[in-house]
Write a protein that binds this ligand. Structure first.
Ligand SMILES: *Cc1c(COP(=O)(O)O)cnc(C)c1O
Length: 228
């Protein structure tokens, strides 16, 4: 069994325990393996181990890496979108946070007829250095998406809480994202909006609070070489 395989088993165990505490089914929780800074072989290993999708935060890095990965997987963009090339590479863009970006994506998708699942990134901690829309702008953005962007399919919300060494400090942010998702799903008549929340240091708290996607890098692959 590979190292990544073992680590993924441990992660899935911990997710199952968190689900048990929260009265959820572990099948509701997917693992997005965030492979930034890691070579294509590591991506292959992650796919072989059975992660649910691959996450990258830089379009250029993904453009170099993806052609060298033979195993099939869904790729999600979890970093800011710097180039339209992202549309060729990714199956889901999880960082839509403003109408102008949605319009750009819509303009490129419309002629192709392709519908792209997206998530809206929410900056719940109101941190100036972070991407994501402020929560009071969320409803207008969703309205914009539904009215003006027929080729974008909002499937969920993503958040990264302010960094704190104590994972319990993330809990109120995770809970808030869940509340927002329920309110918005109700308002826009959606069956549900998925929650992408929780990283290596707080994913079990996120699962207790309803996460459908946890985004994991270091707990699966060890420390990254470059700091990003
Ligand atoms: C890097 C990254 C992660 C994974 O972070 P870890 O702490 O290594 O688990 C998750 N989400 C986003 C958006 C990232 O950029």
């Amino acid at each position: 069994m590979s190292r990544v395989n073992q680590r993924l088993q441990q992660v899935r165990d911990r997710i199952a325990q968190a689900c048990h505490r929260a009265g959820r089914s572990p099948e509701e929780v997917k693992v997005l393996a965030v492979t930034k800074t890691h070579p294509p072989e590591v991506v292959e290993e992650a796919i072989a181990a059975g992660v649910d999708a691959i996450g990258e935060n830089r379009v250029q890095e993904a453009a170099e890496k993806k052609p060298r990965v033979r195993a099939k997987a869904a790729w999600h963009l979890v970093g800011s979108l710097q180039r339209n090339k992202a549309l060729e590479l990714f199956d889901l863009i999880a960082t839509v946070d403003r109408p102008s970006l949605a319009d750009t994506l819509e303009r490129h998708l419309a002629p192709t007829g392709r519908r792209l699942p997206i998530m809206v990134e929410v900056n719940l901690g109101r941190e100036v250095q972070k991407g994501g829309i402020l929560e009071e702008e969320l409803e207008p953005l969703l309205e914009h998406l539904f009215l003006r962007c027929p080729h974008l399919e909002p499937v969920g919300l993503l958040t990264i809480p302010p960094y704190h060494p104590d994972p319990e400090q993330s809990r109120p942010y995770f809970r808030r994202l869940g509340q927002l998702a329920r309110t918005l799903a109700g308002r826009f008549g959606l069956a549900s909006l998925q929650l992408s929340m929780g990283m290596s240091e707080d994913y079990w708290v996120a699962v207790e609070e309803g996460a459908h996607w946890v985004r994991l890098g270091r707990v699966l692959f060890g420390e990254r070489q470059q700091v990003r």
